[in-house]
Write a protein that binds this ligand. Structure first.
Ligand code: SAM
Length: 258
């Protein structure tokens, strides 16, 4: 099937949001306390059951859409339980047949992060592939790094990869991790990337550059999991971009693929 076309993200925001540091700091200070939502209940029960039966690596594919990447990850990591999470039943209904070691859940991803942290589970890898960009400046709080649940991500351990076709989003995400005390690396997603998604195919077919931010939080038993100073000193906006440069390495596509 030929992928549909899409336009690049258009936004009046062309640099990281002026309120990013304040927002991330506030969420780092105050744990996310939103009561569990009934709609997530069945998925969380399925998750608990699957975790009870599995004794091996865990991979999470948050915002998995139609689950293409979940299926690919499960095929590649046969010893792992690969969990794909999306809030949209419509998208999940269009999922391909997934391998037995994959589980697709209809839930809010943030509820799954909270459950995994609360039950002491650690991930070997976590993917956030092409979340909605929410490009209007007033929608910062809807972006992953603007959400009160964002500080849960390092506590899940393992590696974390975010991809987006909007470089500002990826840069903000890297800066937000830096504010929590975790370095990350920003790079172009290589053209022959074996892990693809429906949205990635659409963006590529439209000739768009794709960006990734990658961080490593360590594995269980290592002091690195979820560590971080919590609140790195960030300078006022503008200078913040340079401050993040010490922790966020931007590499070229050539370096990335070599
Ligand atoms: C742009 S699509 C990308 C889907 C897929 N990763 C891909 O690349 O094809 C973003 C997805 O995030 C899902 N989503 C948005 N907010 C969510 C949330 N809080 N929890 C779970 N899924 C969410 C949407 O339903 C949608 O399927």
């Amino acid at each position: 099937m030929t992928p549909s076309r899409s336009r690049p993200v258009h936004s009046s925001q062309t640099v990281p949001h002026a309120g990013l540091a304040r927002c991330v700091r506030r969420h780092a200070r105050t744990p996310w306390r939103k009561p569990p939502q009934a709609v997530d209940g069945p998925a969380l029960a399925l998750l608990a059951d699957a975790l009870r039966k599995h004794d091996g690596p865990l991979i999470l594919d948050s915002f998995c859409g139609t689950g293409m990447s979940t299926a690919a990850l499960a095929e590649r990591h046969t010893d792992a339980l690969v969990i794909g999470v999306d809030q949209s039943a419509h998208r999940l209904d269009r999922a391909p047949a997934v391998p037995r070691n994959a589980l697709l859940l209809r839930a809010h991803a943030e509820a799954v992060w909270r459950e995994l942290v609360a039950s002491g589970h650690h991930l070997s890898a976590h993917y956030l592939l092409y979340p909605n960009p929410w490009p209007k400046p007033k929608h910062l709080i809807r972006r992953i790094h603007g959400h009160p649940a964002f500080p849960l991500l390092p506590r899940l351990g393992g590696s974390l990869e975010l991809r987006s076709n909007w470089p500002v989003y990826v840069e903000e995400f890297g800066m937000a991790l830096h504010l929590l005390g975790h370095p990350s690396r920003i790079a172009i997603v290589a053209a022959e990337e074996p892990l693809s998604t429906r949205f990635e195919q659409k963006y590529r077919a439209s000739g768009q550059a794709l960006w990734r931010s990658v961080a490593h939080f360590g594995s269980p038993g290592q002091p690195g999991v979820g560590r971080g100073t919590g609140l790195n000193e960030a300078r006022p906006n503008g200078a913040m971009k340079m401050a993040a440069g010490s922790a966020t390495l931007i590499v070229s596509e050539e370096e990335q693929t070599s």
